[in-house]
Design a protein around this ligand. Sequence first.
Ligand code: ATP
Ligand code: MG
Length: 340
Amino acid sequence: MATPAINVQNLTKSYGPVLAVDDVSFQVQPGELVGFLGPNGAGKSTCMRILTTWLPASSGYAWLSGFDVMYQSMEVRRRIGYLPESVPVYPEMRVREYLSYRARLKGVDRNGRSARIDYCLAKCQIKEVQTRLLNTLSKGYRQRVGLADALLAEPPILILDEPTSGLDPVQINETLATIKELRGKHTVLLSTHILTEVEKVCERVVIIDKGRIKLDETMKAIEAREPSYAVEVRGPAEAVTKFLRDQPELSAVEAKSQDGDLTEFEVKAKDRKDPREALASKLIAKGWAVRRLELRKVNLDALFNEVVRSRYAAQEPAPAAATEPAASLPPLEPPQAPTA
Ligand SMILES: Nc1ncnc2c1ncn2[C@@H]1O[C@H](COP(=O)(O)OP(=O)(O)OP(=O)(O)O)[C@@H](O)[C@H]1O
Ligand SMILES: [Mg+2]
């Protein structure tokens, strides 16, 4: 099997008493476009800073294209384009001048440099501002300069921390289209808070919360999860509940809410057969009014809410706190990057 583009093993990072990343492991294969999601403070940016060698981990390992972020940081840097959360641009430079400077730093071939800058300016829709001073650009434009910078050296791996934050709706769509085009040619790890963006472009999602991975699943697998049905029936609640539980085509029946003689149920069907038509006629035959029978597919929004809601649930342990305030020293010898 090919070496994973990104391979993270038991990565942990504490900022003093704050455990920001807690034993995180995941892999991204070459050419994959993965959405990295999580609520505010979940640990996304911290993970990304470690992967891009800007921050040392407290423990654990990460390899990019097989190179250790700690011990082979220059090799890693040569292979990544990083768009940080806040783009560190030089305010007194002009856009093209800045990209030219960055291209020189990144070792972009002198002969192809100008053409490459033109290509990145066009890709990120910033050609019209190429002579503007960076400090006169709006946040969205600065973000796009950051994306152009990340693309300059045609890195095989792109780590993009909220690339659409601060953009207007039109630019969001254009930036997403640009990122989508990168799929296959580049490996992309993309953090965002906008779930519809992820649904539009990503093949897989990794959800992190309180520093821990809560979900790592392909969009296809999420779409293929077993749907449920919302059933709202007007009738004697107890009798309706018993009746639904007796139906052979249903595998689970749960009363969700009750308002007078109107009860809302969430039901699941056996063998993934849509039970709605059969249920409707049976309920009506019993003389009960059916107010709603609705298919509810599992989507990213529902899954994300499930993960995030659990942080407020009573049975959840208190927010993670580090027991060891200081970062432990890395081992003297780096381990070999596994190839599988
Ligand atoms: N330099 C720092 N010093 C101390 N604590 C920090 C530092 N940077 C981040 N943290 C803490 O680490 C945790 C993870 O922060 P991080 O920025 O990685 O989250 P995030 O998932 O990127 O959040 P957001 O969606 O708001 O960008 C938070 O509790 C944050 O307060
Ligand atoms: Mg962040």
